[in-house]
Design a protein around this ligand. Structure first.
Ligand SMILES: O=C(O)CCC(=O)C(=O)O
Length: 301
């Protein structure tokens, strides 16, 4: 199935028609409005970041550091991928872009840059920290094209997930380009969306969706990720505030701000209980302050 393309929907239309129902879409007419559009080439990247050393990844040899100027000179021969570079590592990059208005202001947006040769491939995986904690993803294609295939989480039990290592994302054992129906018979007939994302286009990958991404040319991509659940975002920030000694101020600022309507993006009340039950009683007591009265009734401290 081909993914629908839509020209600059409003934030409201994006939320109602794509984000809430979890439906992929390719958005056009957005990145090419950036004032920096037109500069995005490997030459530009090299002029700015050539003297830096960055860490790349190669599925055969693992991670290693490279001098960017040398890497770009040899990019046609390499299979090393400068993958998931936090934008903060690249001075001035944040100023050259505009965060899409679809990224909600009550969540942190993680921006990652991906530069690599033709043929980089991340086979089916999910951008999840844990089964409940998924990321929404807007994948902005800045140079070169990428082939993407997506599978809905409805088919999780036919996607052969590998055991998920801590701090890693969830990978499938399937190889889309090397089908093996004997080992993976349930994958036969799983419906998938496919598209080629071209420079200037932005693909919305809904949280919890499996995605496969292969570069068809030398490519530069930027991804915008945000936690699909506001409840998990706030719980995560609670832990960070506790670790850095800012908990009292954090609790004052966010007291009573989690509402029943926030349950939907988490997957409902049962999912909330799965988060809540394992918490230590002392933590629950403090986190209870984040819940409004209606939410507070759902859980005992
Ligand atoms: O662009 C890529 O190569 C991979 C991007 C991706 O898989 C992701 O953002 O999760």
């Amino acid at each position: 199935m081909e993914i629908e393309r839509l020209h600059r929907p409003s934030a409201r239309q994006f939320d109602e028609e794509f984000l809430l129902p979890g439906r992929p879409v390719v958005l056009t007419g957005l990145i090419d409005q950036w004032p920096s559009w037109g500069q995005w080439s490997l030459d530009w990247f090299g002029q700015r970041y050539g003297p830096m050393r960055l860490t790349g990844n190669n599925s055969l040899e693992g991670r290693r550091e490279v001098l960017v100027s040398q890497y770009l000179q040899e990019i046609e021969e390499t299979s090393l991928y400068l993958d998931a570079l936090p934008i903060e590592q690249l001075a001035g990059m944040r100023e050259a872009i505009q965060i899409p208005e679809y990224c909600p202001s009550d969540r942190r947006t993680e921006i990652l840059v991906w530069v690599g040769p033709r043929g980089t491939c991340l086979d089916f995986h999910k951008d999840n920290h844990t089964p409940l904690d998924g990321n929404q993803n807007l994948l902005a294609q800045l140079a070169g094209s990428k082939r993407v295939a997506l599978v809905s989480p409805e088919y999780d039990d036919r996607m052969y997930p590998a055991p998920q290592a801590e701090r890693d994302y969830l990978r499938s054992r399937l190889r889309l380009d090397a089908p093996d129906p004997e080992r993976f018979p349930l994958f036969e007939g799983v419906p998938r969306y496919e598209t080629i994302v071209k420079p200037g286009e932005m693909l919305y990958i809904p949280a919890h969706w499996w995605h496969y991404v292969r570069s068809l040319e030398i490519s530069m991509t930027m991804t915008f990720w945000w936690r699909s659940s506001r409840i998990i975002e706030l719980f995560t920030r609670f832990k960070e505030a506790a670790t850095s000694g800012r908990l009292a101020a954090f609790l004052v600022q966010h007291q009573g701000t989690l509402h029943k309507r926030d349950l939907q993006e988490l997957g409902g009340e049962e999912a909330f209980q799965q988060l809540w039950q394992p918490l230590a009683p002392r933590v629950r007591e403090m986190m209870h302050q984040l819940l409004d009265a209606e939410m507070g009734q759902l859980v005992a401290t």
